[in-house]
Design a protein around this ligand. Structure first.
Ligand code: ZN
Length: 221
């Protein structure tokens, strides 16, 4: 049975982080979408077409893993199938944030992945951010393409569309969105003034060990 009360904190956080994405310029109006896994077969997701600054916690829609509405007066986000494909394939993921940040989207338009530019990037994201092949918005195919591009990492670019970030919780998924967008900006800026030197692969591999270790430890909580 659904319980609006027990999910209130998560609903509230979805709305707060949606507004934060807009404030930080990572998305605008009602674009992008956020979700959180709150049960084995239950996900809370932003409604379709409601601007974040008009959205209330009670507007967040409760759906099952097949995309059926369990409770809520609005339609769930059109991108729900992408969110659900991610939850089905990644047991470590409990939150998905999809946004349209300008620099990450620009890379997705020229269809270029984001290489590793700083060591800390590996700790937070897990390695280079790959590009998901172009698929139509709102389809399960887009979800499958994003899952493929994500691999075991925490972000993927969507061709001609935007960015997807995931995390153990909503705050992590929002933070990863910020980190990726910041590095996309660095990359475009660096490219415009000279040759881009990426972090050598052997160093990326070393930091990746920490990435796995941290995620392993977190999954035991
Ligand atoms: Zn979108």
């Amino acid at each position: 049975m659904s319980s609006d009360v027990s999910y209130f904190h998560t609903r509230k956080r979805i709305v707060e982080l949606g507004r934060l994405l807009v404030k930080k310029g990572l998305t605008h109006g009602s674009s992008g979408n956020l979700s959180a896994r709150v049960g084995e077969n239950t996900v809370l997701i932003t409604p379709s077409g409601v601007p974040y600054f008009e959205m209330r916690p009670s507007d967040i829609v409760e759906i099952d893993l097949e995309g059926n509405v369990i409770s809520g007066k609005f339609k769930p986000s059109i991108e729900r199938f992408m969110h659900l494909e991610i939850y089905k394939s990644r047991k470590d993921v409990n939150a998905v944030v999809h946004s349209h940040p300008i620099n990450s989207s620009a890379l997705a338009i020229v269809r270029e992945p984001l290489p590793v530019l700083t060591e800390e990037f590996v700790i937070y994201v897990g390695g280079p951010v790959e590009l998901a092949r172009f698929e139509q918005a709102g389809t399960i195919e887009l979800g499958k393409a994003v899952v493929e591009a994500l691999g075991d990492k925490k972000a993927a670019l969507m061709s001609n569309h935007g960015l997807v970030a995931v995390g153990k919780d909503l705050d992590e998924a929002e933070f990863v969105s910020e980190i990726v967008e910041l590095h996309a900006r660095m990359y475009i800026l660096a490219k415009s003034i000279g040759k881009v030197n990426v972090v050598p692969p052997e160093i990326v591999e070393k930091w990746k060990e920490y990435y796995y270790k941290i995620n392993e430890e977190l999954s035991n909580y």
